[in-house]
Design a binder for this molecule. Structure first.
Ligand code: 5GP
Ligand code: ZN
Length: 136
């Protein structure tokens, strides 16, 4: 896609620190990392949402994310990692070319995901469970 920064990287039109690529997937380092070694993993085909990936694209992309996580953690000496996919603007997606973030983590690295823990009102959990189940 013409105005997609990741498509431009994939096409070799702008530079990136590429880690690995095949005919279907690519991984390169994020230019503004949460931690050093923060990598992006994505299919080469321009697709905005994870929901529009084929089963094969999702498989090869997620499997590559696992391989990249292993290599990044070894290279940075990190004992842990997050794999994140921001899907949609409200979820923080800024580049509309689906990608997984692989973020190496270490104790006291100063990165806070801000994970909150709400509670359900009476009956809401079961009602939601039933609604979701019938869509699966
Ligand atoms: P999103 O918010 O869409 O999940 O994440 C987009 C990510 O792409 C950000 O972490 C940002 O730093 C990274 N990014 C944006 N432009 C470039 C670029 O030109 N090169 C690289 N390597 N990363 C980029
Ligand atoms: Zn793209």
């Amino acid at each position: 896609m013409a105005d997609c920064v990741f498509c431009k990287i994939i096409a070799g039109e702008i530079p990136a620190a590429t880690l690995i690529e095949t005919d279907k997937v690519i991984s390169f380092l994020d230019i503004n990392p949460v931690n050093p070694g923060h990598a992006l993993v994505m299919p080469k085909r321009h697709v905005a949402s994870l929901l529009d990936l084929t089963q094969d694209e999702l498989h090869v992309t997620s499997f590559l994310a696992k391989r990249v996580a292993t290599a990044v953690c070894e290279a940075t000496g990190s004992p842990a990692f997050n794999i994140l996919e921001n899907n949609g603007r409200a979820a923080g997606q800024l580049v509309d070319h689906v990608h997984f973030h692989v973020i190496p983590r270490s104790p006291d690295d100063g990165f806070d995901l801000g994970w909150r823990q709400l509670s359900y009102e009476e009956g809401r959990l079961q009602a939601l469970r039933d609604d979701i189940r019938k869509r699966l």
